[in-house]
Design a protein. Sequence first.
Lengths: 271, 316
Amino acid sequence: MQMGMHTEKLSGKTQQRFFSPSEEENFLYPDGFDVDFNKRAEFDAGPLSAKEINLKLRELMSQGNGTIVMHNPGAKHGVAVGLLQRLNLHIKGSLGYFGCGLIDGPNINISGRVGWSCAENMLSGRVVIEKNAGSTFGAAIRGGDLVCKGDVGARVGIDQKGGTILIGGRAGAFCGFMMQRGRMVILGDAGKNLGDSMYDGTIYVGGKIAGLGVDAVEGEMTDLEVEYLERKLKLYDLQAPNGVKNLTKIVAGKQLWNYDNLEPTEKKIVL
Amino acid sequence: MCGIAGLIHRRKTGDVGTEMTNMLKSLKHRGPDSTGFALYGTPKGNELVLRFKVAEQDEMKKGFDIHQQVKDRRAEVDKRLKELGAKLVKVEEATEYAFRYRIDFGGDRRKLADYIEDIEGAEILSLGLGLELIKDLGDAARVSDQYHLNGFVGTHAIGHTRMATESDVDIRSAHPYWAYPFADVSVVHNGQLTNYWKGRRALEHRGHRFMSNCDSELIAVYLADKMQQGSKLEDAMKDSIHELDGVFTYVVATQDSLGMAKDVMAAKPMVLYESDDFIALASEEVAIRSVFPHEIDTWDPYEGEVRVWKAEGARG
């Protein structure tokens, strides 16, 4: 019943693990490429279209490159999407909309900023953004770690179904809207309607909360959570402003229609 | 969907025509129906720049006598300007149906606008000391080429690429909108206003004119009305966050300022780059990258946020 994980019984290998260059045992999708992390390639994405960039990534992976450095992505949309295998990808610059979407396994570091809907539907892996991120960051992710060291826009982790989202700065309104599983940590301030209509999962906030959404309530921190969060933040060189123990924990109040059989008029009284 | 953009040089002038053209080219995928620019040049004394059209682009392809009608309408504009005491300093034909006049006029600008727009097919696109508002059908490259905007030197600019959703594909529904009758105020908008008709009726009762059925025009007229009542631009924009209903992000420019406002849901995108010398904002970062190819820090303004920047180099 701790950490909002009591219903997080993820099934399938891809949802429970993420790759690490140091991991010995990894696995491949049937059409995945067998890559070597010690084999490295670099390319300039500046003159390429988004489609050409994604094809270039596949070409380099098919040649066995397990570490790829992409230069000058130019905030193009839909870059580095659908990567379904282990890979160390270093993106030197910023991405536009829907960057790193639908990925399962890669370890991606972005030196710049990302636009709306970064890592949407991510299944596993790790995406670290050094600067800021746009709205709908990590929408519907199911696993892995998604980290933004700067500020993010509105609706972070909308429909989040698993995994961990870490934000070093502030976040906008409606974060965790209809969240179902997983963890979200906002070390700065959070906008209004935080956790609106969340079913499950846990949100931790280090700064001020402008307002909670419908059926979002404060929860009590446990030792296990503190230990887990300290470890997780340290991994990405992040710090809670007043210490992990003082993060505000938000969970689902579970008073909405899907948790009971109340009549509409009764629901109004409850809420 | 629509794409909006704005930029301002805070301490000097720059080639805002080319910069805005490049930004809007990058946003073409957000709306190819029409493109508009509001460019702010350096004022020349008290001379006013009058941009107007006497026909829609589509009209020029229809009707055997449209070309003569255009000539007649323009002649009527010239006649009425003289009647009101406006002296024509320089006359330029941007297209067969759109014109740029420099006029010397110290009279009532609203009266002038109303009298000109009383002519069939005539619409004043902008009137101001520094503002030049250009909008037409087609993408940014086409409109910029057609109106020779590359090389336009000024302090700031806003622009729009339109995907028509709730009104026609024509010039009168294209952005930016001039905040009639205020000189030098223009607006571009991305989103939908749900209290458009209610707001429009209220403003029409107060004597304001609407040239289109496009909800975005309401923002320009709303801000004009507020300023007419004595509000400062930033205060009027803050009021708009609560009084305009719907989802919106809009950018507004005056003779010396650039501003942006975002609705309380933060439902429409905006990316912002801010430095001591230069501000650039757009629906997508890719537009800012067209001005700054090197790495820069950008971020999203938040819900309900209003920002205004001033061009210190502009004449106040």
